[in-house]
Design a protein around this ligand. Structure first.
Ligand SMILES: Cc1cc2nc3c(=O)[nH]c(=O)nc-3n(C[C@H](O)[C@H](O)[C@H](O)COP(=O)(O)OP(=O)(O)OC[C@H]3O[C@@H](n4cnc5c(N)ncnc54)[C@H](O)[C@@H]3O)c2cc1C
Length: 498
């Protein structure tokens, strides 16, 4: 066996500090770190560790924001070496890749074929395994929905080491069970009887009557299986893209513009929620930044005008033929709401479009850096609420944080009614106050019929909020599934529930 085929193994003392935390700044520890090169060795390793009764944590690129990949003892398995891309199937418009492939690398590979993968967490240095395990989404999810809708097949390994190749449509829930064979053994997996919120959602297990087993496994945060290969549906790149940041004198002006633009931009391909109306237009991203976010970014982006209360970033897909028309149409819409066009960022070249993406990434990244410097944990909401309640929810949430005197930045995927309100506590006392507010913000989101996590997941840091959303009974439904696939409760233990 060549060294390339062998599992790399490091023990305590050899394991870099970087492996023991993620972007939430939650820290853990482990005895062993393994890097298997392929599915075969991954499955063997998993079943050996399982037989020993070792806790097992799976790590992708560790950009998660909820401590999901942070080990709390036992063994850590990294997917870093399982990073092969290909093949790209032009006829089916799919690409197959290993879980350790970085999203940025996959997008670059696809770009060369004239394609892209629609799910786009703001952080592109994450792995495809992480994206699928978390059902990640991002700005473009306004049009395309989350990763789940784009997973067409997968190879998974269950905690006990059994392997399963699964095509969408192979295993469907019937009468409360998913029936299938893995490694020649019959499985009759109970389905979690849960009612999903109508909003974008990444909290806990997924279930809809008659759903595909793939849909349950995607987003299960590594608690039900490990993805060792995935096949993803990809789409042709739009010919042209209008990307635009507009600055507003008032928050109300920006909220009003988002509201109007939603009506222009709802499209037919959303895979979350129940809104499936059609429109000829193709708004694919609709994002909001408050004045504090703009202030937070001004050092790095001096072009940000002074004194603005908010900004909205939107992307609209266009063709070579209709691009000018689309630009004129949107410039008109901005003028109508009183936005001076000379202050609008509306680049026509790909470099300018990319700079806007960097601007969006910078705000999330700077929040993580701030938290790290303070030695605290991230206190940023990931809540989404139904459309009719969203603007009031936003106003109420901001008022509460202001009243507590805690600094904050607020931004998010407002097209999807999804709020990232990040508190920036100056010390531990403010952090504790902020935690109390955070709980209230989650409670309210649930009360309104929304979710405590629309995209970052639950991991180890948001378990109490998942309970708030589904109650003991709902958590019991999830445990039932977990117990069937992982009777010793060893795989990614500590994520979602205890
Ligand atoms: C600046 C910044 C911006 C972000 N913006 C967004 C955003 O817009 N939208 C969004 O959804 N997220 C966002 N995130 C969160 C994060 O990038 C995503 O959740 C990402 O998909 C995690 O991928 P990863 O490879 O880093 O996973 P990790 O952090 O390594 O792991 C995340 C979870 O997935 C599990 N896991 C990883 N690989 C596998 C596998 N192969 N099989 C089973 N389980 C596995 C881990 O055990 C863990 O529970 C952001 C993060 C940062 C730092």
């Amino acid at each position: 066996m060549s060294t390339e085929d062998q599992i790399i193994h490091k023990i305590k003392g050899e394991i870099g500090e970087d492996h023991l935390h993620d972007a939430s700044n939650y820290r853990g520890e482990c005895d062993d770190l393994y890097y298997p090169p392929d599915t075969e060795s991954f499955a063997r390793l998993l079943s050996a560790l399982y037989a020993e009764g070792k806790k097992i944590t799976i790590a992708g690129a560790r950009t998660g924001l909820t401590g999901g990949c942070v080990p709390e003892g036992g063994a850590l398995i990294s997917t870093d070496r399982m990073n092969r891309i290909g093949p790209f199937d032009r006829e089916r418009e799919t690409v197959t890749c290993g879980p350790g492939v970085l999203l940025a690398d996959l997008q670059e590979h696809l770009r060369q074929h004239g394609y892209f993968f629609p799910a786009d967490p703001t952080e592109t240095l994450c792995t495809i395994g992480g994206v699928v395990a978390n059902n990640s989404s991002g700005a473009r999810s306004y049009k395309y929905g989350s990763a789940r809708g784009f997973v067409t097949a997968a190879e998974v390994v269950f905690a006990v080491g059994a392997r399963l190749r699964l095509q969408r449509g192979d295993v469907i829930e019937q009468g409360g069970y998913f029936s299938f064979e893995a490694d020649g053994k019959p499985f009759r997996l109970p389905a979690p009887m849960l009612k999903m919120p109508s909003t974008k959602n990444a909290a806990g297990y997924y279930f809809k009557p008659g759903c595909d087993l793939l849909d349950l496994l995607v987003g299960s945060e590594g608690t039900l299986c490990v993805f060792t290969e995935v096949t993803l549906k990809v789409l042709p790149l739009p010919e042209r893209l209008l990307s635009c940041v507009a600055f507003f004198e008032s928050v109300e002006g920006a909220l009003g513009f988002v509201s109007k633009s939603r009506r222009h931009g709802v499209t037919e391909t959303r895979s979350h929620g129940d809104t499936e109306t059609r429109s000829l237009e193709a708004v694919r991203a609709l994002e909001f930044f408050d004045g504090n976010s703009l202030g937070f970014l001004r050092d790095d982006f001096p072009k940000v005008p002074e004194g603005k209360a908010a900004a909205v970033w939107f992307e609209v897909e266009a063709t070579n033929e209709n691009f000018d028309e689309v630009v004129i149409e949107w410039a008109g819409r901005l003028e109508v709401v009183g936005v001076p066009l000379e202050e609008v960022w509306m680049p026509v070249d790909p470099a300018g479009v990319e700079e806007i993406r960097k601007f969006r990434h910078a705000v999330s990244w700077k929040v993580s850096e701030y938290i790290k410097q303070k030695g605290l944990r991230k206190l940023g909401t990931d809540t989404a609420v139904p459309i009719e309640a969203f603007d009031d929810y936003y106003r109420w949430a901001i008022a509460m944080v202001r009243e507590a005197g805690i600094k904050y930045v607020a931004y998010g995927h407002f097209g999807d009614c999804h709020l990232h309100l990040n508190m920036l506590p100056k010390d531990n006392t403010e952090y504790v106050t902020g935690k109390g507010i955070y709980l209230e913000l989650c409670r309210k989101a649930v009360e309104l019929g929304g979710t405590v996590s629309a995209e970052h997941g639950i991991g180890k840091l948001k378990k109490e909020y998942l309970k708030l959303m589904y109650g003991e009974e709902g958590i019991g439904e999830m445990r039932k599934v977990k117990r069937y696939l992982d009777p010793k409760n060893l795989l990614n233990t500590g994520n979602l529930f205890d």
